[in-house]
Each structure stands twice: as structure tokens, then as C-alpha cells.
Design a binder for this molecule. Sequence first.
Ligand SMILES: NC(=O)C1=CN([C@@H]2O[C@H](COP(=O)(O)OP(=O)(O)OC[C@H]3O[C@@H](n4cnc5c(N)ncnc54)[C@H](O)[C@@H]3O)[C@@H](O)[C@H]2O)C=CC1
Ligand SMILES: O=C(O)C(=O)COP(=O)(O)O
Length: 530
Amino acid sequence: MARVLVSDKLSPTAVQIFKDRGVEVDYLPDLGKDKDKLLEVIDQYDGLAIRSATKVTEKLIAAATKLKVIGRAGIGVDNVDIPAASRRGIIVMNTPFGNSITTAEHAIALIFAVARELPEANASTHAGKWEKNRFMGVEITGKTLGVIGCGNIGSIVATRGVGLRMHVVAFDPFLSEERARELGVEKVELEELFTRSDFITLHTPLTDKTRGIINADAIAKMKDGVRIINCARGGLIVEKDLIEGLKSGKVAGAGIDVFEVEPATDNELFQFPNVVCTPHLGASTSEAQENVALQIAEQMADYLVRGAVSNAINMPSITAEEAPRLKPFVKLAEVLGAFVGQVTDEPIKEVEILFDGATATMNTRALMSATLAGLIRPQVSDVNMVSAPIMVKERGIIVSEVKRDKSGVFDGYIKLTVKTPSMTRTIAGTCFSDGKPRFIQIKGINLDAEVGHHMLYTTNPDAPGIIGLLGTICGANDVNIANFQLGRDRPGGDAIALLYLDAPFPEKALNDLRTNPKIASAKRLQFDVN
Ligand SMILES: NC(=O)C1=CN([C@@H]2O[C@H](COP(=O)(O)OP(=O)(O)OC[C@H]3O[C@@H](n4cnc5c(N)ncnc54)[C@H](O)[C@@H]3O)[C@@H](O)[C@H]2O)C=CC1
Ligand SMILES: O=C(O)C(=O)COP(=O)(O)O
């Protein structure tokens, strides 16, 4: 039974779903804040469900020897070392929509709170001061709202802004003119957004590109009296530069939900009455928390129990519906990769994966990942569909995908071409209705060969006596041949042989074959046929 740890506060719905789906679950919501304790226990779990408090570092991942999936009940995954997780083959998934409305509403709430100094006015009134003349706000109607990052949350904020009769300008490199028109916003460059906006609200992920997007230079370009809202991530604003802007009066106010260092218990921003702060509450409504808890538990259970993958950051999605159809082809893709991986001793430079016919209509991203996993497994034993693409990339191997309509007698097949500095290898395979992978072409030679657990693969010039030679060597080394497949391009041309054996072909016998002038090459192969 798979076992999941929930290490941040999640709605009880998540725990119930895990249980209902046959997943054992430990709900320890304070563990995310206790990294030493977390490090001690993480090796017991197949899944880890988190929000933003748990920091999934490289060290934690190294200790998580059983971990297969990290589920973020929310959007931002900047608290997870994704490259480290990918290298270890751990899927990282999130819930990209569950809390977006709630977070957008929080941004709007902060716009109002900053415009009318609501928290300060509230504190003063609670203190019995009735300072009616102290507070003078600004209207937001007719003001320009600059939205940086117009994805799920940014676009909800933008449309709410339009509804509030604001003029909305947006900067997002992936925002099309058409989408901008649909949202009723004006698409602008970042500089223009800075110079024109009365309110600026941030909705990008925290990446190397966006870190510090609001710094002293940016603030200098802004209108005097600008108000800045951040409900995305702390590192987007250089806090010391914002503090300078507030001190000089250039920045009239700010609404800050996220901080450079969280939990933020001691921050210079707290000294400014015109800075409205909340403790990373963007996603904190009962509706959003119910959504994300339910969704992450479903997704993680789907993966752990059924192998279905959705909303993964580092792996192509595989729906529960397509999983049964795809499964034999994933196996085929792995086997093709494994064949070439085992016969190739030189560094691989290029890989081309061709999907013909029915395979071209399948989830080829998943099939590509499976092929690459098979291909590099002989060199890197601990690799799977999650880690293979990143490992292949790290090795500088160029990968390309070709799709084409049905071109031959098969409904669909996959052909793998691998280039090394000195040669190009090709292999093709398909699955018949029995769901078993089959090799249908090796080195351009057509054949119909099943995949065996222990195999021997030889190449030789087509000439009499090869079967006898292979049989004699196997017999002399006490190796039982279960089956035999031959192929040749033409009489007297190039030929190949595939032997299906009951045990691995012995090293000594391999040397005998390799030194025999009738055999061009001999490779021992092993496949996982289960
Ligand atoms: N305060 C909170 O509790 C919450 C914060 N968030 C944060 O909100 C942020 C946005 O979330 P979503 O809208 O769901 O993400 P999203 O992925 O839908 O949208 C992000 C947008 O930012 C754009 N972008 C990327 N780099 C950019 C750049 N350099 N300049 C301008 N735009 C850029 C992307 O093209 C994309 O359209 C994330 O950082 C997430 O972690 C999300 C939920 C709750
Ligand atoms: O979903 C996100 O990106 C958030 O920032 C929400 O964070 P939280 O789950 O409230 O810790």
C-alpha cells in the first residue's frame, strides 16, 4: 500500500480522499516547519503533499529514497527543487487553478485596502480615536492598473479591474493581442507599464528572470505616488528598494502578501502605516483550500494507485483513460531505447524518434520520455520517464520527434534513430493486439521478433554455417536456446540473429564469438519483459 505524508496544513478532505483511494496517509501539518524531523522520516513515504511551508530541498530529496511524487496543494512550486526531484525520477505536480480566483480576490482586496488605508483606519477606530480627518484615500475608478504576469491569476485580476472601471495595462511576454482584447486590457511593454500605472500588481512565478523585477531602477521609472501590490512571490520585489521608495514618498503605498523571507515576523516593511501586510493569505479561503486539497489528493492517488499523471511540472500528463492504451506502447518505447542503449558503446550525439500511424496520435511526449529512459538506463541505472529527459539534456544529446501518417502495413510503429560520432543505428517496433512489444526492423532489416528477457544479438555477413556456429558455442557453454530469429537485407548481404536464452549469455562465450571471423559483432541484451 502506498504511503503519503501531508507535511503542511491541508483540508481534512485530502486525508479522506487518500484513505478512500487505498493510500495510507500520515497527517503531520507541523512537520513542514521542522526540517530535521522531516529529514528523519521522509524515507518512509511514496508521496509528499505540501503547501508553501515545506521546503523540498536537494538534501530532503536525497533522503527520500522511496518518494515517487510530490504534490503541491496550490500553484507556486518554487519551494521544491524541481531539477533535483526530476533527476531522482520524482514527479512534481500542482493544482494550477484551484486557488486562482481566491488569490486574485486577495490582490483586489489589497488594492482597496491600500487605496483607503483600511487597516490603519480600522486600528485607529478600534482604539476609539475617530480620526476622520487623518485618512484621505484615492478612488480607483479611472486609475490605471498595471498587471505584470497575465496568466491565470493576473487575467482574473485584470478583468476584475476592468469591472471596477480601471484602465488595465498588462505586461506578459506570452500574452497575445487577441487574448488581451478578450480580457479588455491593453498589452504594453514593461517600461510603459511602469510609467503609466497608478497601481501595479504582480502575478508572475518567481524565476531567475522575474526575481527582483521591482527594483530601484523600476521604481525610479514609476509615477510618483504609485501603489504596488504583491500577491505572487516575495523575491519579485527587492524589499530594500521598496523601502527606499516608501521613505522618499515615491511609492505611496503597498499591499504585500508575500515576503523575501517567510515566515516574515521581523521585516522593515512593518514600520510603514501605508504598507498593508498579510501573512501569505492569498490562497486562504475555505473554497480554495477545499479545491486544492481535493485536487492534489485525487491526483496523487491517481498516480500512486493507477499510474495516471496530471498537472505534473516535470512529466507529460497521462490521463487515466489513455493509460491502458498507452501502457504497451510505453513498454515498446522503453524496449526500443533499451536495445540501442545496450548495443551502443560510444557517446550518443543525436536521437530521432519517429511516430508512424496510430502512435503519432498518442501521447508522444510520454513515449519520448520512455524511449529516452530505456536508452540511457544502461549508463544511468536510476532513471525513469521523469528524469530521462533532463539527464539526456544534461548530456547535450539532441532529441527530435517526427510524426507521420500511416506509411506501411502496420497500424502504427515507433522508429528510433541514434547517432554516435561513428555510426547511425535504427530500430523499429510495434505492438500487436496482444499488447506485447515486437521488433519489426533492426539495422534496416525487416523481421518480426518478440522481446525476451535474456537475449544475444549478433551481426554477420549472410553466409552458411552461422546458425551452427551459434548453436555450437551455446552448447559448449551450457546455454539453452529457447528461440531464434534471423533476418537479412538480401542473400549474401548483411544479416542479424537474435537468440532467446534461458540465462545471460556467458562472458567467455561472448569473447569466443567476438573473436570468430564469421561474426561481425555480438551483444548480450537484457530486457524487463514484465
Ligand atoms: N499569495 C498566494 O497565496 C498565492 C500566490 N500565487 C502565485 O501567483 C503567481 C502566478 O500564478 P498563476 O497566475 O496561477 O500562474 P500562471 O502560470 O498562470 O501565470 C503566470 C504568468 O506570468 C507570466 N510571466 C512569466 N515570466 C514573466 C515575466 N518575466 N514578465 C511578465 N510575465 C511573466 C507567464 O507568461 C504567465 O502568463 C505564482 O507565482 C504563484 O506562486 C498563487 C496562488 C496563491
Ligand atoms: O498556491 C500558491 O502558489 C500559494 O502561494 C499558496 O500558498 P499556501 O498554500 O497558502 O502556502
